[in-house]
Design a protein around this ligand. Structure first.
Ligand code: ATP
Ligand code: FE2
Length: 320
């Protein structure tokens, strides 16, 4: 079965083609800014402008024609509505013209499923750390349940905002990482873990007030050490609580080498396995949408075709 995956929940338009569970190509084009954050309508315009060229590139690279595609999976939730609409429109246009069935896919669960596919993790606790989302997820009782999450912004959005205040454009996470490598001066920051949840807004305000008073490098280093420790602490507690012996990382912030290092150390200390896919499967990508969509289609053929910007991970029944 040939699947076309379309990802468009936020800044990235992704097009992937899979043959069964094999990823033939996984293309991405990201909306970036010189300074300032992501603007949903502009990101959607970016997707609109490049959708056909990206699709054609994917077809060229795989030597396939649109007619060869058996199903189209698109990310319909959660995300920025204008961006989700662009992806769905592309899927619909292809469906109307070529009569290819559509499968709407939840983006967060797709992150989790592709991580399991490419790392061969069987039943992990997933630390999902991306721009808009920060969740500790594990499978229990036919659903991916959220054991802990951010009470305000996602960790990536927090890093992007702090980077913006330091004068960097979007995405800011990698810039903070580069700065952090130049320091080992730890400045005490608020450490906010409430039960199994984390919160970043107080840390953000605290950091913002420190800009100009401390070297940027020290702030970047201390910021990472603090917020990553919060994530690792809650992930570890979820592993203890669920008695699971595997940790997997997902989401764009999981590209961060320091977060990866902390995750590996924690797992080693408790005799657990740590699974980290390569970056192309951590960031927003269409291979994960195609993969989950094809699994869903094998079990169920007809879907309501619409977007659902605020659907939660635990709203979704796992029937595949
Ligand atoms: P989601 O829709 O799943 O919430 P997203 O749309 O924000 O995800 P991702 O590609 O998963 O997209 O993550 C993007 C985020 O990852 C941005 O906030 C970016 O700053 C951050 N990021 C990317 N690389 C790094 C890095 N090396 N260190 C820290 N953050 C990073
Ligand atoms: Fe994502």
């Amino acid at each position: 079965m040939i699947t076309l995956g379309i990802e468009s929940t936020a800044h990235t338009l992704g097009i992937a083609i899979l043959k069964d569970n094999r990823v033939l190509c996984n293309l991405r084009d990201m909306y970036v800014t010189e300074a300032g954050g992501i603007h949903p309508t502009e990101a959607a315009l970016h997707h609109k402008a490049i959708k056909y060229s990206l699709l054609n590139r994917a077809l060229d690279e795989t030597s396939l024609r649109v007619e060869d595609i058996d199903i189209i999976a698109f990310s319909n939730a959660p995300g920025l509505a204008p961006c989700l609409l662009e992806g769905m429109n592309l899927a619909r246009e292809l469906n109307e013209k070529h009569k290819i069935p559509l499968v709407p896919v939840n983006h967060c669960i797709a992150h989790l499923e592709i991580t399991k596919l490419v790392t061969k993790a069987k039943d992990p606790v997933l630390l999902y750390a991306s721009g808009a989302n920060t969740q500790i997820i594990a499978y229990e009782g036919k659903k991916y349940r959220i054991f802990g999450e951010t009470l305000d912004t996602g960790i990536g959005n927090f890093l992007d905002k702090f980077a913006r205040d330091l004068g960097f454009g979007f995405p800011g996470g990698p810039k903070i990482y580069e700065l952090s490598l130049k320091s080992q001066n730890f400045i005490e920051l608020p450490y906010v873990v409430k039960g199994m949840d984390v919160s970043f807004s107080g840390i953000y305000t605290n950091l913002k007030n420190k800009i100009g008073k401390y070297p940027k490098e020290d702030l970047a280093y201390s910021c990472q050490e603090t917020v990553f420790a919060m994530l690792i602490e809650t992930a570890e507690r979820a592993m203890a609580h669920t008695d699971k012996k595997e940790l997997a990382l997902g989401g764009g912030v999981a590209c961060n080498s320091r977060l990866q290092e902390m995750a590996r150390i924690m797992c080693k200390e408790r005799g657990a396995k740590c699974f980290i896919p390569e970056n192309q499967y951590l960031v927003d990508n269409a291979a994960m949408i195609g993969y989950l969509g094809s699994r869903m289609y094998k079990k169920k053929k007809n879907y309501v075709i619409d977007i659902n910007p605020s659907e939660r991970t635990d709203d979704v029944e796992v029937f595949w």
